[in-house]
Ligand binder design. Sequence first.
Ligand code: GTP
Ligand code: MG
Length: 209
Amino acid sequence: MNLNNVDLILTAGLTSQLPGVMSSDIPHVAFCGRSNVGKSSLINKLLGRKKLARVSSEPGKTITINCYDIDGQLYLVDLPGYGYAKRSFSEREKWKSLIDKYFSVEAQRLYLQLVDLKVGLTKDDEEMLKFLIIEDLPFAIVATKADKLNQTNRKACLERIEKHELVPEDAVVIPFSALTGEGVEEIWTILNEFCSFIKENTETEDSES
Ligand code: GTP
Ligand code: MG
């Protein structure tokens, strides 16, 4: 995958803009998490860019779904964050209708559920996780802003996430820092495995039909 060949192909603030320019053949990695947890920073770090995905000075300011096309092989989908207390009712409704529409678009998807390592799972994170589990959607957890903790606290915080009653025993939890780059390789390994899996399955289906 050529990481220099990256395009922001969609900034959707309206349900009518989905699926829009997204091809149904390309697998998606969707980034879920509350506002300010570090979704856009993670996308930038994965792509080795500083400012491709807009990092908010003010959390939850824009409610859009941003889709990055990576070399025509993978979409990275930056979902609008949840849990922003200052959001109005109509903004929350907008968030919900956009997310509902995104989930209804047919695609092979892997979800990266971001959780702030220091904060742990919030009530909203728990709701999101419950949804992923109930819908049987494949996900990995990325524990963000790992640089904010010293070794002792970090171990305790990581365990708190891993042992949370909603987190399945075999769930992957990857500590990540956009500042130090910790976790980037592990996350790319997961994304590459996901792409290979989808490719193999599509090829098998094609040869069977
Ligand atoms: P929304 O787009 O509002 O949903 O937020 P987001 O989840 O995309 O978060 P974003 O990447 O914009 O980061 C929010 C804030 O956290 C910014 O001020 C970032 O600089 C900061 N931040 C993100 N990742 C890290 C990290 O790994 N370590 C530290 N210390 N700060 C981070
Ligand atoms: Mg963002």
